[in-house]
Design a protein around this ligand. Structure first.
Ligand code: AMP
Ligand code: MG
Length: 407
């Protein structure tokens, strides 16, 4: 049986970005740049005014107050060609307008009498003040966003500034989602005796969509070899295949055998984690295949701990694991040594310290505890039961927007 860390390592070693495509700037939001982008020109492209005011020669303004003759006007969008600030003179200028020849400072209108023919300055003037210098933000040729950067509004803004209407990003992998089991009915039908709704397909699709990949629900394989063959074959055409259930040791657990028959190479089966022990991972050519246990809590937790990092890596992301931080347990947690245990928690922040209490009944069949969880604790394999007051590693999960600051 693989450890939690070994399982993650094997998975990440086998998954790599799925290719590169060019998309429009807005379609790149949330995606990862595949190439460094260098500035095609200086930004700003010319020296310009940071304020509405007057362009002056600082040497003329040694004695305050001083009065200068206003000889011109440069609004935003105008050019300063042919305009210069002569000794003893000032040119009215608007924010963003190019500064004229001769000037070495801009005086904000608030520091003047706002004169039209002449202007009187009431405060000392420093050489260079309120002038934005050509190239001071980004010089031509400088790489201003690197490959691996996730595109957010600031990246969109700077890319737009440099005229980049199209950008190269990593492709979004298509992730096939296959459920298995004779007991399953599709959403929309009321389950009869012995039946349950195929909820895993929807929750896996939701989780896949949250990563930025494209979910493709391909239905249900019934508990016979022919049905598994047909559906798994279809799933293996995607960039990634995720199956749920049918991966334990029961005589109707067919997923691994049929995958093997179809040519997928199993890399591991069974991980020392609770819940989620029977998880299997295989490669079909370059297609990763995750076989997750069917119990919905186990399915979601194994997706979170094993599949999500892999999908983020395929999307080109560089930080694929959620950051862990410490929280103090408010109550004891029962645990057997030998397996990593994932515990569903609620969090409170008290004066900068995180405190965690159970989100509810921790049995794997209890779905509501998953809904209420704001974080998952990752208790290391070697540890045994934890006591109230122990510090444990946690990461955010689920509905952590409703976190409250405790008094
Ligand atoms: P199995 O691995 O086939 O023994 O399934 C384990 C448990 O997960 C059983 O209680 C199943 O009813 C449940 N289960 C399996 N597949 C799904 C699914 N697609 N949606 C919801 N629950 C499921
Ligand atoms: Mg089953």
């Amino acid at each position: 049986m693989l450890s939690y860390d070994q399982a993650r390592k094997v998975i990440l070693e086998n998954c790599s970005p799925a290719g590169v495509e060019q998309v429009s700037l807005l379609d790149a939001v949330g995606r990862v740049l595949a190439k460094d982008v260098a500035a095609p020109w200086d930004m700003p492209l010319w020296d310009n005014s940071a304020m509405d005011g007057y362009a002056v020669r600082s040497d003329d303004c040694g004695q305050i107050p001083c009065t200068l003759k206003v000889t011109g006007y440069i609004p935003a969008g105008a050019v300063a060609d042919g305009i210069s600030v002569e000794p003893g003179c000032a040119v009215r200028i608007m924010t963003g307008a190019p500064t004229p020849a001769g000037c070495d400072a801009v005086v904000p209108v608030e520091e003047t009498d706002d004169g039209q023919e002449t202007v009187t300055l009431g405060q000392p003037v420093k050489k260079g003040q309120h002038i934005r210098v050509r190239g001071e933000d980004v010089g031509a040729g400088v790489v201003f966003v690197r490959a691996g950067t996730i595109v957010r509004p600031p990246e969109v803004n700077i890319l737009a500034n440099f005229g980049k209407a199209l950008v190269s990003v990593y492709r979004r992998p298509v992730v096939a989602i296959l459920s298995t089991g004779d007991e399953l009915v599709e959403l929309g039908r009321t389950p009869g005796a012995g039946e349950i709704v195929n909820s895993n397909a929807l929750s896996l699709a939701a989780a896949v969509r949250e990563t930025g990949c494209i979910p493709r629900i391909i239905g249900i394989a019934r508990d016979n070899v022919e049905s598994h063959r047909e559906k798994l074959r279809e799933g293996l055409k995607a960039d990634v295949l995720i199956t749920s259930a049918g991966v334990s040791a029961g005589d109707r657990d067919l997923v691994r055998d049929v995958l093997c028959e179809l040519g997928a190479e199993q890399r591991f089966w069974k991980v020392a984690i609770k819940p989620g022990g029977p998880t299997a991972f295989a490669m079909y050519g370059t297609t990763p295949v995750f076989s997750l246990p069917g119990n919905p809590v186990s399915t979601m937790i194994t997706f979170e701990e094993f599949v999500r990092p892999a999908l983020l890596k395929m999307l080109g992301q560089q930080r694929v694991l959620r950051p862990l931080f410490k929280a103090v347990l408010r109550e004891p947690v029962k645990k057997m040594p030998g397996k990593v245990q994932i515990v569903r928690l609620r969090l409170e922040n008290v004066e900068g310290r995180w405190f965690a209490s159970s989100a509810g009944n921790q049995q794997t069949a209890i779905l509501k505890t998953m809904v209420d969880a704001q974080a998952l604790a990752v208790l290391p394999a070697e540890s045994s039961s934890c006591s109230a007051g122990d510090e444990v590693d946690v990461h955010f999960y689920g509905n952590y927007c409703d976190l409250t600051e405790a008094p």
